[in-house]
Design a protein around this ligand. Structure first.
Ligand SMILES: Cc1cc2nc3c(=O)[nH]c(=O)nc-3n(C[C@H](O)[C@H](O)[C@H](O)COP(=O)(O)OP(=O)(O)OC[C@H]3O[C@@H](n4cnc5c(N)ncnc54)[C@H](O)[C@@H]3O)c2cc1C
Length: 408
């Protein structure tokens, strides 16, 4: 059994498969956890039942794009390549589609934290995951009012959410500025204290229990009558009885070789990690207006987020990371942003905000597990458990048809 990609998706798939007795080989061209899984905001965002494309987004996008340092930016040279993705993205914002997508997201999110707890208990690392909720903070009345219908939709999907006054928010997080409009509290949200260590710990567990970790660049597959017989790499060919493609934002070409034509693109995101933030947070704070999460990690405070559409090749625009510092100070006046480390990563994103999870069209023994967009950390363990069901030929506990590669 070969798993391509040693990000959070790959290591979770490998661990769940290993539990069932499979001899697993994890293959990555880089060391584990150095893709998108390295620098995310570490939030287990179980409240995130809404697609990125919410109703009326087409009206808001032009305003957002007018500010190159805003929460959404576009590399204009990339636009021609992006148009088909954007059209599908806008189609996903139709109210009827939003209902369907939110049901499909809720079904995936439901067991996402328990699935991590199962994996972490086995390796004695339960303390890596904490569940103290998170706060969505708004700097303006307009932002707060605009969000209320979305919070209502979340409630209808079973998400627990309470609207808070500024004073109530500051009771939970005294470091928040007084000059805010209010916010929402989601008690069931969790976070991990070190998202990169989490990937490493799971990759180490795979190896400790007899799995292999190989540094290879996967180029394709050898197909036979029974499906995939081997994984081809730039160095060698790895025979296998089954394969999982969990190569994040780079999965599109590999999926195509397995008969799946998927509109995978990347929503690039940035972070700053502040080693001495000078404030204490007990839980993550999110700002929809800034497109940014502020998460207390073991090694500092992370300001992470924003979306930049620009493909996999354009170099980072570090001004987009730098601007997070000013936005962070707007929420937390005492924030010390000195000595920040910065990072840019590639969210693997499908336009309907749902991942691809299921068998590949050209080979029943090839499982596709990528495209988790803003929710790859949250859904890592849950997806790994579902992939193990598929490989075992068991009926998964939820209907996987909304995530099929063939939906496009
Ligand atoms: C700024 C930012 C903040 C985020 N915050 C959150 C958050 O708070 N919560 C959340 O749930 N999600 C968050 N995300 C999203 C999350 O980080 C991703 O969805 C997730 O990391 C994707 O994991 P992955 O394993 O699919 O991909 P990756 O981590 O990118 O791993 C893919 C791996 O595949 C390897 N690979 C690719 N092609 C090949 C090949 N041909 N051969 C060999 N190896 C290959 C790569 O080297 C890489 O290691 C955030 C993302 C960003 C950018």
């Amino acid at each position: 059994m070969v798993v391509v990609g040693a990000g959070i998706l790959g290591v979770c798939c490998a661990r769940f498969l290993q539990r069932e007795g499979h001899a697993v080989t994890l293959v990555d061209r880089n060391p584990p956890g150095e893709g998108a899984s390295f620098g995310n905001a570490a939030v287990l965002a179980v409240e995130s039942v809404l697609p990125v494309a919410t109703p009326g987004i087409w009206r808001r996008v032009p305003r957002m794009l007018a500010d190159p340092m805003g929460p959404l930016a576009l590399r204009w040279g990339y636009l021609p390549q992006l148009v088909p993705w954007l059209l599908r993205f806008l189609a996903a914002s139709q109210p009827r589609r939003v209902e369907e997508i939110s049901m499909a997201l809720a079904a995936l999110l439901e067991d996402s934290i328990p699935a991590y707890r199962r994996l972490l208990a086995e390796i004695g690392a339960e303390e890596m995951l904490v569940r103290r909720g998170w706060i969505g903070a708004y700097t303006t009345e307009a932002g707060l009012t605009g969000y209320r219908p979305l919070a209502e939709l979340q409630r209808r999907r079973g998400v627990e959410v309470a609207e808070l006054s500024v004073a109530e928010m500051r009771q939970l997080e005294p470091a928040l500025d007084r000059d805010l409009a209010g916010g929402f509290y989601y008690p069931d949200v969790g976070h991990v204290l070190d998202n990169y260590r989490l990937v490493l710990a799971l990759a180490e567990a795979v190896q400790r229990d007899g799995g292999r970790l190989l540094r290879r660049d996967v180029t394709g597959f050898r197909l036979g009558p029974a499906g995939v017989e081997a994984v081809e790499t730039t160095d060698d060919t790895l025979a296998c009885d089954a394969v999982v493609v969990a190569a994040g934002a780079w999965s599109k070409e590999l999926a195509r070789r397995l008969g799946a034509k998927v509109p995978l693109d990347t929503e690039r995101g940035y972070h700053l990690t502040l080693p001495t933030p000078n404030i204490e947070l007990s839980r993550p704070v999110y700002s929809t207006e800034f497109g940014m999460a502020c998460t207390p990690l073991a090694g500092g405070l992370r300001l992470g987020g924003t979306v930049e559409m620009g493909g996999l090749r354009a170099p980072p625009d570090w001004r987009r990371a730098q601007v997070l510092a000013a936005r962070g100070r707007r929420l937390f006046p005492q924030l010390d942003t000195r000595d920040a480390s910065r990072w840019m990563g590639f969210r693997p994103s499908l336009p309907d905000s749902l991942p691809v999870l299921g068998p590949a069209p050209a080979a029943a023994n090839a499982i596709l597990a990528f495209g988790h967009g803003h929710l790859g950390l949250t859904l890592g363990a849950r997806s790994g458990a579902l992939v193990a069901d598929l490989v075992a030929g068991r009926r998964p506990p939820i209907d996987l048809s909304p995530y099929a590669a063939g939906r496009f």
